[in-house]
Design a protein around this ligand. Structure first.
Ligand SMILES: Cc1cc2nc3c(=O)[nH]c(=O)nc-3n(C[C@H](O)[C@H](O)[C@H](O)COP(=O)(O)OP(=O)(O)OC[C@H]3O[C@@H](n4cnc5c(N)ncnc54)[C@H](O)[C@@H]3O)c2cc1C
Ligand code: SF4
Length: 483
């Protein structure tokens, strides 16, 4: 049973009718194709129920994979869904965009023995999509209201997961987000060919149906001070993600035609959502008929090159300073990009952007991988006199993300950060250096994965609940009985 149905093999097959960033074409869709009932059952029945669930151990939310595969194989889909949803607030998202080759599937015993992993992600997607179709997915409506409220800053996966877990327990939940739509990077970072945006909107609507209030276009530090929010709620969760683009300043940095990855991806995602995006419509952020060069080797870089292919770029190249074996991104993503006609240039580091007013090419230096550093990774060392140039009229910098300066943005100098700028939390209770203020997701972990943000959101929800429950008990015990 093929796991996906990518039908094209090179950039030449991407015909003009498919070159619209707004187009939705099934042949063109990375998103795992839905199984038929038979297909899902057949795939799930391949699980050997091996007794040592390496897949589960390597799933960040410890999904009970063998059990839901067994139930799927037996056609007991509702039970399979319930088990899968018990550990994961967004299984339909994880089924689509987890890097399964590094997590569950990469550790499947069948994969290790050369028989090809059970396609766990696709089955997870199938189970959850079926659950949505059949109305088994219910809003997080609590049995009773506790009368305490939690303010969550950030409507990404960490915020979603924490909100749902806390709402189920009966807390009043308010989520504040500076974007106009909920979902964080699931909405505006991850391209829509990997993750359909209506999937995220459907989840946000479910949370609203459960009584959670979203305050969108609401930037904490601009539309309300953090101190005000802190006064408004019994506990606060900061789940703001990491958004500061890493950059290398070099000759020609000010030329037109050079953009950070998030600007490029956000424009494309907004276009796909039907928004007016002047910078896309006037061609500035549209790769159509351009020579695109992406600098970086992570998953964001892969998303950029593959978006450029879909927009109908003349050529798409990705330059990374290490080699294929040392790329931080998923191997599977690289393979897909190559299948789609992206050219990779390994072991090269940018030296200068060239051009008059607009960039026309980028000069690189060849790299030799030297001795491993303290992290065990070989250090890239430039080779003298090895410069070469690559033509490009659209350059996208995908060099990673750092945290914004949250203490300054929130005017809270007491909010402690690590040396990487992520928020410092006490790992025993997930509280920041401020009493009653918690943090979760990328803003604690650094740029990571949706599934880890979900894990963090669930964990921090438990920590907040323990604290608020204890506070309520103390209040009850010390309350003076009415005469
Ligand atoms: C291009 C790209 C592709 C990716 N692809 C994948 C993938 O395929 N698979 C995968 O698992 N992971 C992927 N990731 C990583 C994943 O998206 C993140 O790890 C995850 O979204 C982090 O979740 P979060 O809730 O911590 O933060 P985010 O998703 O970043 O959400 C944070 C939210 O906080 C809001 N916010 C920030 N500051 C404020 C403020 N002051 N006031 C109000 N709101 C604020 C933001 O608007 C945002 O909505 C990708 C990331 C990028 C950038
Ligand atoms: S959540 Fe991710 S790692 Fe876990 S089973 Fe699903 S796809 Fe695999």
């Amino acid at each position: 049973m093929p796991q996906r149905m990518l039908k094209f093999t090179s950039i030449d097959t991407l015909m003009p009718d498919k070159r619209d960033a707004t187009a939705r074409n099934e042949d063109f869709d990375e998103i795992y194709q839905g199984y038929s009932v038979d297909g899902a059952e057949e795939q799930a029945s391949r699980c050997s129920q091996c007794g040592i669930p390496f897949c589960q151990v390597h799933c960040p939310v410890a999904n009970n994979i063998p059990d839901w595969l067994k139930l799927t194989a037996e056609g007991r889909l509702e039970e399979a869904y319930e088990i899968s949803a018990a550990t994961n607030n967004l299984p339909e998202v994880c089924g689509r965009i987890c890097p399964q080759d590094r997590l569950c599937e990469g550790n499947c015993v069948l994969e290790q023995s050369g028989h090809g992993s059970v396609t766990i992600g696709s089955v997870e997607k199938y189970i959850t999509d079926t659950a949505w179709e059949r109305g088994w997915v219910k809003p997080p409506t609590p049995a009773f209201e506790l009368g305490q409220s939690v303010g969550i800053v950030g409507a990404g996966p960490a915020g979603f997961a924490a909100a749902e877990q806390l709402r189920r327990r009966g807390y009043e939940i308010h989520i504040y987000d500076r974007y106009d739509r909920a979902g964080g990077l699931m909405m505006y970072g991850i391209p829509n060919f990997k993750l359909e945006k209506d999937i995220i909107e459907r989840r946000a609507n479910l949370l609203t149906d459960g009584g959670i209030t979203f305050h969108l276009n609401f930037e904490v530090g601009r539309d309300a001070s953090f101190a005000e929010l802190h006064r408004r709620h019994d506990a606060i969760l900061i789940a703001t993600g990491v958004y500061k683009d890493r950059d290398v300043q070099m000759l020609g940095s000010g030329l037109d035609g050079i953009f950070p990855a998030m600007d490029y991806l956000t424009a494309s995602n907004r276009k796909g959502l039907g928004d007016k995006v002047p910078a896309f419509d006037d061609g500035t952020l549209d790769a159509r008929d351009r020579d695109v060069l992406v600098i970086g080797g992570g998953d964001t870089a892969m998303d950029c090159v593959r978006t450029a292919v879909r927009q109908g770029a003349k050529s798409v190249r990705c330059v990374y300073r290490r080699d294929r074996e040392n790329m931080p991104g998923s191997r599977r993503e690289v393979t897909h990009a190559e299948e789609e006609g992206v050219e990779f240039v390994w072991l090269a580091s940018p030296e200068a952007y060239l051009g008059d007013r607009e960039v026309t090419s980028v000069r690189f230096q060849r790299i030799h991988l030297g001795v491993p550093d303290v992290t065990g990774r070989q250090t890239p060392e430039p080779i003298e006199g090895s410069s070469f140039s690559i033509d490009a009229d659209l350059v996208i910098k995908a060099l990673g993300f750092d945290p914004e300066d949250i203490p300054s943005m929130f005017d809270q100098p007491d909010l402690e950060v690590t040396r990487w700028g992520t928020l410092q939390v006490d790992h025993r209770n997930l509280m920041t250096s401020m009493d009653g203020v918690y943090a979760a997701g990328d803003i604690v972990r650094g740029a990571s994965l949706v599934v880890w943000a979900i894990y963090d959101g669930r964990l921090v929800a438990e920590a907040i609940h323990h604290r608020l429950e204890a506070e309520a008990r103390t209040e009850f015990n010390t309350a003076v009985p009415a005469e």
